[in-house]
Write a protein that binds this ligand. Sequence first.
Ligand code: T4K
Length: 374
Amino acid sequence: MHDTPPAGQHPLYVTQPDLPPLADFVASLEQIWDSKFLTNGGRFHQQLEAALCDYLGVEHVALFNNGTTALLTALQALGIEGEVITTPYSFVATSHALLWNRLQPVFADIDPLTFNLDPDRIEAAITPRTTAIMPVHCYGTPCDVERIGAIARKHGLKVIYDAAHAFGVRQDGRSILRHGDLSVLSFHATKVFTTFEGGAIVCHDAATKARIDQLKNFGIVDETTVVAAGINGKMNEVSAAFGLLQLGRVDAALARRREVAARYRRLLAGVKGITPPAEPGHEANHGYFPILVGSSYPLDRDTLFQRLREHGIVARRYFHPLISAFPMYRDLPSAAPENLPQAARVASQVICLPIFPALADEDIARIAGLIASA
Ligand code: T4K
């Protein structure tokens, strides 16, 4: 659709999946061919759910065909109604999942340091119609989960974390996914851990997992019983088998991402007007490397972005424009720019630099050099 690599050229994209050896994938495909079981909770699907519970350190994982259907289903599983407080600084799927469920997004501003929902602004946005909060661990940086949890308990609200960026993120030695009522992961090709397309809901009890499993399979309980208007959100066997191969590589991929981030930080330290992401105070996954281009930098953000493109560096302005600026949201009262000053400032300054395990040290130096020499 876009950003497809031109033949013979190798641009440096913002991300690139870390692929297992093709022969390993072919071996998995042979098993699928032999079994003739392609989807609907087959062997690889079951193995991947168990392996992810183990790896992530969580109780229950329900696999999905992508993160967006997982978000849609998470909202259905908890019976969310009315208004949901969320962030304007995210990928559109976060708010689209609310609209698809006929829920009203209420945008609250972000914390300028973490780029995540500011708990003070959440509390100020609560009305009698509010039933839930849907924060995003943006770029994998943990939200202020303690304060969000306290606000939710005080006001009787559900919390669904959009954890699309937060695979493998840990805080105080434990998974960030254990917070909230549900957390939703994305395993899209651009993510730290991928199953081509894919996603998951993490939940804390067997009854909720059973409900989610029904909802992702048309609401079917058995051959003659359908209990809800569910969707088809199932992950297929090819994706699940690929996920198992990925899982075996993910620790090495995370380690290389950490090195890439550290190298960028060293090379960009002291470049006037450029703010690299804060040193993480948690076990990060380095899925993104967002820099802010401030007014003391010689070029404006979009000129630098263009200059990088001219050199074959396909960085991205995640998340500009804000979700609240898109036509289906901008007339909401909470979408008014004066309600979201921090999000607007960050969106006007951000560039996410290429970061992926195969990014070579020379390329990191070339990207940082271009930025430093403007
Ligand atoms: N919530 C949040 C917070 C999210 O960020 C996302 C997805 C979701 C929910 C929804 O989850 P999913 O339903 O997608 O599972 C990409 C991804 O498509 C999207 O998954 C992701 N967030 C978003 C932040 O980024 P685009 O439109 O920027 O993708 P695209 O095709 O421009 O790809 C970006 C770069 O990655 C390209 O320059 C090239 C490279 N690339 C891409 C693909 C598809 C590859 O190297 N290989 C590939 O296969 O949205």
